[in-house]
Structure formats: C-alpha cells, structure tokens
Design a protein around this ligand. Sequence first.
Ligand code: COA
Ligand code: MG
Length: 302
Amino acid sequence: MNRTPHHHPLHLRRSLLSVPAVNARALAKSATLDCDAIIYDLEDSVLPEKKAEARAALIAHFAALDRSDGREHVMRINPLDGPDGLRDLEAALQCMPDAVLLPKVSGPQDILAAADWFSEAGADDGPRLWAMIETAAALLNLSSIAETGRTQGGRLDCFVVGLNDLRKETGIADIAGRPFLVPLLLQVVVAARACGLDVVDSVFNDFADSDGLAAECRQGRQMGFDGKMLIHPAQIAAANDAFGVTEAEAAEAIAIVAAFSAPENVGKAVINIAGRMVEKLHAEQAERLLGKADLINERKKA
Ligand code: COA
Ligand code: MG
C-alpha cells in the first residue's frame, strides 16, 4: 500500500505526561500509568537549585526502568545556552531516552546544536530530538525549524506546543476555546506536516476541569494534532480517548478499504459509497487510521 510520505503512525502519541524529575512520588507513579509517553522534566518544573538532584534522580530512574511496553520515555532538558543544558545532555547520554525535548527553541540552530552535540559524543543513533514550540521567535521560524527534520536524518521528529510560555511572552489571553491561539496552533500543525513531523498540543492547566479538558482535546484532534501534553494522571484517559480511534471510525475505515478492493472497483481511483465520493487518498487515510488502531490494541495488551 502506498502510504503518504509523512505522518505514518510509527508511534502512538495521544497522551504525553510531564513528570517533574524532582518529584519522587510522581516518578514512581509514572511507571504505572496508561500514557503513550512520559516526559521527564528537568526544566520549568524544577527550581535552579534542584537541577543536579533532578538529573541524579532521572539517571537512577532510567537504570531501573522497564522499557518493554513500547511507551516512549522523553527527557525535557534546560536551554543549551544556560548553565544546565549541557549537563542535562550528559545525563541524557547515560539515560538514553527515546527523545530529548528541547525547550524554548527559537530557530533551527537550536536543533542543530543538540544534533551536533550527540554526533560529537559518538551517539549518532542516540535519542531523537523533539522541540517545544513556545516562543514568538519559534512561530516566526517554524518552517526553518521543521526543515531540520528533513536534513538531520530524521533526528527531529516531533513538535510540542507550549502555550504557557507563549502566552506569557506575547500577552495572548487564556480564554476557553483559545480563539486567538487557534491560528497559531494551525500554523504549527501545517509546518510540522510539511516536514513529516508529529505534532502535539499544549497542556491544559486546570486539571480539575474534566469537561474543559475533554473539549480542548477534541479541538486539538480536529486541528490535526496527534495528541496532547498533560500535567496530571487524571488527564490521560481524556487524551487517549480524543486522539484514539472510535469503533465507528474504524468500521468506516474498514468499509472504505474493502470497497476499493471489491472486484467491481479494481482499477478505479474514485468510487461512490452510499452517495459519497471516496477517492484512493481516502483509502490511504483509512489504512493509516487502521494502523493506529492496531497500535492502540497492541498497547492495551502490553
Ligand atoms: N506525574 C505523575 N504523577 C503525578 C503527576 C504527574 N505529573 N501529578 C500528580 N501525580 C500524582 C501525585 O504524586 C499523587 O500521587 P500519590 O497519590 O502517590 O501521592 C497523585 O498523582 C494525585 O496528585 P494530586 O494530589 O491530585 O496533585 P498534586 O497536588 O500532587 O500535584 C501538580 C499537582 C500540578 C503540582 C502536579 O500534577 C505536577 O507537578 N504536574 C506536572 C507539572 C509539570 O510537569 N510542569 C511542566 C510542564 S507544563
Ligand atoms: Mg515552557
């Protein structure tokens, strides 16, 4: 089957839980949770005087970690131009997470600096790089940042939007429905897709508001995001649900794929299914959705 060149569902990234690396209870709990990825945070959730302790805690945690279930383990480091960034990269060499999440990226040079560091450390096949898109500069430079995803041998493979920092820097209001942020969020989605990157929506701070979270997850899915970054275990189910595959969606996808392989439709690029035009591209989209459903079922068994 000829899949589109980008965005094959190699990874489930419905729910990415941030866990402050200094919080021992949260670290322990993270191993028991049903999220697709854990983002161990060394950056904003850790005070400057606790950074060294946080790195040590992560090194110990990774040494004992069971990584057989296919979930991704990601380290969010501090900016490389500050006092902790390089120490965090050293820690990442020991932990060998699936990815290192770079904070406050402002241009392609931030991705290249981290990629070069791993190359020079002899870790060319080391962690992939993910980028926080959370500064005004990053929004201006989206296409050149995303382009490094093509030129660095696939090392960059995911954008994660950070609205707390973006709102702080720009003054854009925090309003339910995110009316003034939606145009920017869509630009991030489009820039990511143009270069074959996954793209993950920002955190929802009010973890007691489950209706608000569900609405924002749905909105993120409709905008094209692969999943949502989360701050609390209580948010995982809503994200898995909104960014998952419903039975109705799976049934429709199966019907589309089946229709194209029916004898009367062989050799056709466009067909009529119950009064709706369905093209070959919809069959490709359906195959991708079914691939994601398979991954979700495998994860449930793990
Ligand atoms: N990861 C794993 N476990 C978490 C967690 C997280 N992000 N947030 C809370 N928990 C755990 C708590 O440790 C507690 O476990 P316990 O029952 O074993 O003690 C349980 O979930 C219930 O937590 P609760 O009392 O509801 O919340 P809290 O007051 O302990 O923590 C926050 C609230 C917001 C401080 C906390 O959720 C947090 O630090 N979130 C992540 C913040 C972050 O990473 N920010 C940077 C990215 S934006
Ligand atoms: Mg941030």
